[in-house]
Structure formats: C-alpha cells, structure tokens
Design a protein around this ligand. Structure first.
Ligand SMILES: *Cc1c(COP(=O)(O)O)cnc(C)c1O
Length: 360
C-alpha cells in the first residue's frame, strides 16, 4: 500500500468554475474574488475577508496593516512553518520566540507574557495542525498590555472554540496551498472585524491604491486571481464535510493507536486536523520509526524537524544563538504526522494503525 501524507482533491465543479472565469474575461481581483472573500469571511463569522496571492503574503499584509516595522517586536512560536517568522522579518521588526504548551503544541500564553518587553507590538499565535491556540488568554493578554493580536490561521480553516471560529479574535491569515484543508492552488486570505484594517489590507495587496493611480501607502501586488477564487468557492462548499471526515479519521486513530501519544484537544475546542500529529514516547527514536513507516508505504512526515530559532538564517542573526525553548526543541525530536485526509479509506486507516502499533 502507498498512502501519501496529503491528497488534494479537485473535482469537476472546480474545473468548470475555472473555465467559466477564463471565458468571462475578468481574470484577477474581479467578481469571483469579491464573492469568495464574502463567503469565506461569513463561514468564519468575520466581518471582512481580503484575499491574497498566498498565505505568506496574507501574513505580510497583516503585519503591514498594523504598522509593524523596525524597532518593534512580535512574539511568535518557534514550532511552526518558517513563514510565521519571515513575515515579521519582512517588515524590519524582530521575531521574539516563546515556548509552546507540550500537550497542544500551541504557543503558551504564560511563555508569551514572559517574553513581553517595552518594544513588543504584537503577539501572533499559530493554530498549529488545525487546533485553535488559547485565544481567550491571548485576547486578555493583548488587552492588558495594549498589544495587537494576530493569528496565523494557515492550517485552521473552520476550527473554533465553542461556537467562535478562529479568525474572529485578531487579524488572521489563512493559506489555500494545495495540502491545506481547502485549496485555491496558491492563495491566502486575511480576516478582520476592523473596518480600518480591512481598508488598509485592500490597499496593501494592490499597490497601496484605493483610487486608481493614487498611492496612499506602500503596497505590493498580493492579488488573488479569479480562477483561484472560483476554485476556492467550490472548495469552501466542500469544507464542512471534509472537516468532519478528518475529525472522524482522527477519532479512529485516537481510539486505536497504542504506543504513541495522540493529540490532546482542550474541552470546547474543535481541532480540524490539518495534521494528525503524534508524539513517540521518551527514549524512542522518532526518525527510525518514521523511516520504517515510510518504507512500509505510509507517508508520515515531520512537522517540523528544526525549530525556527535554530534555522541557519536565525543562527546567523544577532541574539538568537542563546535562545532555548525546551518544549519546542523536545517536540521537534518526538512528533510525526500521519495521513488524515478526507479520502483516506477505512482499509488504509487500519493499515496505518497496525503498522504504527507494531513499530513503537
Ligand atoms: C502554509 C503555512 C503558511 C504559508 O502559507 P503559503 O500559502 O504556503 O504561503 C504560513 N504559516 C503556516 C503555519 C502554514 O502552515
């Protein structure tokens, strides 16, 4: 059996939607983009959606819309994809890494609070693997210290705490890269409830213009195409069922995996399982287990093998050599993620369970 870690699905409806856009003549930043923005924001209960070319440019636009720049610090986790940090660097601000909660792998509010300095401008938790970070705690922390609250929601479409979706606490960036829970090929979106931030985001993603050829701020070309938005609209319609399928697959894994530590989900939290990530017990060689499973045809992957603060690019910068984040560093040595995509069959799932239970 060959079971990949992810299996993006694009159906006949998506293909027809793209052909319709191609025939319409409105190819970029047109009516489909506007429709997708409204639908994605509404699905999350957010007031505004601003579509972008990808999740990285969504993060960059969110930073810029809040005037984050040189002299500012932004507190983020180091246990994430690199774009969580590069968007901070792109503004000239300084990423400050804080440690994670070992159960949820998400940024720890206590660790974030301990990292606050007079230069701190914002905190950006990541809803890692699709589980919301502790947003009530981060909201209280940001109110107490007068900080901007951002969300890296690239992996967390429709995830929520009780009835409130991610993307409604702070200015939140999503990704529609093919392996994410829904795709537009490449694409991203920023959600916000703040009218003025939405206005700035719209300018930043289109050359700083509100009125044609009148540039109010420095902006770029972060626009989404209408082909991408048309795909996104169809995929958004499929997303609730897909999310349920991921959750069902995760429940079977939770019930039947024996030796590895399965995901810990806080009460009231809806984890949407962008990744289903387990931890090997202390003393077990994770890399050997992952290699063995790969050889058995199971596409397990390690997200992420090296924390961001230990990446070569940060080790070359002043002030990062001394950073020590024990829980982050331990997690990078112990985690691996298994196939949990909606189209996974019961037979494939059984095989994954059997092989993992036999491997460690
Ligand atoms: C995928 C991802 C991004 C970047 O999104 P792209 O669309 O690939 O640019 C940022 N942060 C996290 C946590 C991600 O998983």
């Amino acid at each position: 059996m060959q079971i990949p870690i992810a299996k993006p699905f694009v159906g006949e409806e998506e293909k027809q939607a793209v052909v319709q856009v191609l025939s319409s003549g409105q190819l970029s930043q047109g009516p489909k983009v506007a429709e997708f923005e409204k639908a994605f924001a509404a699905a999350h209960g957010a007031k505004h959606g601003v579509a972008t070319s990808n999740g990285t440019t969504a993060l960059m636009a969110a930073m810029m819309a809040h005037n984050i720049g040189p002299g500012d610090e932004v507190i983020i986790p180091s246990f994430s994809f690199f774009a969580t940090a590069s968007c901070v660097l792109s503004t000239g601000a300084r990423p400050v890494f804080a440690d994670i909660d070992p159960d949820t792998f998400n940024l720890s509010p206590a660790a974030a609070e301990a990292a606050i300095t007079p230069r701190t401008k914002a905190i950006m938790p990541v809803h890692l693997y699709g589980q919301p970070a502790d947003m009530p705690a981060f909201e209280a922390l940001c109110q107490k210290h007068g900080l901007v609250l951002l969300e890296d929601a690239a992996q967390a479409h429709l995830s929520r705490i009780d009835d409130r979706c991610v993307g409604t606490w702070g200015t939140a960036s999503f990704s529609f890269y093919p392996t994410k829970n829904m795709t537009t090929t490449e694409g991203g979106m920023v959600l916000t409830n703040d009218d003025e931030i939405a206005r700035k985001l719209r300018m930043i993603r289109a050359q700083g213009m509100n009125t044609q050829y009148y540039h109010e701020v420095v902006g770029y070309n972060f626009r989404m195409t209408d082909m991408a938005a048309a795909i996104g609209l169809v995929q958004l319609g499929r997303l609730p069922d897909w999310t349920q399928a991921r959750i069902s697959n995760a429940q079977v894994y939770n019930d039947r995996l024996r030796s590895v530590k399965t995901p810990v989900v806080a009460p009231g939290y809806t984890h949407v399982y962008h990744q289903y990530t387990v931890r090997v017990p202390d003393g077990v060689d994770r890399d050997a287990v992952a290699k063995h499973l790969n050889e058995r045809g199971i596409g397990v992957r390690i997200y992420y093998p090296l924390p961001i603060h230990q990446q070569p690019v940060f080790q070359q910068m002043d002030g990062y050599q001394a950073v020590v984040l024990p829980e982050t560093e331990k997690a990078t040595r112990q985690v691996f993620s298994l196939p949990v995509y909606p189209a996974l069959t019961a037979e494939e799932r059984d095989y994954v369970i059997q092989e993992i239970n036999a491997a460690c």
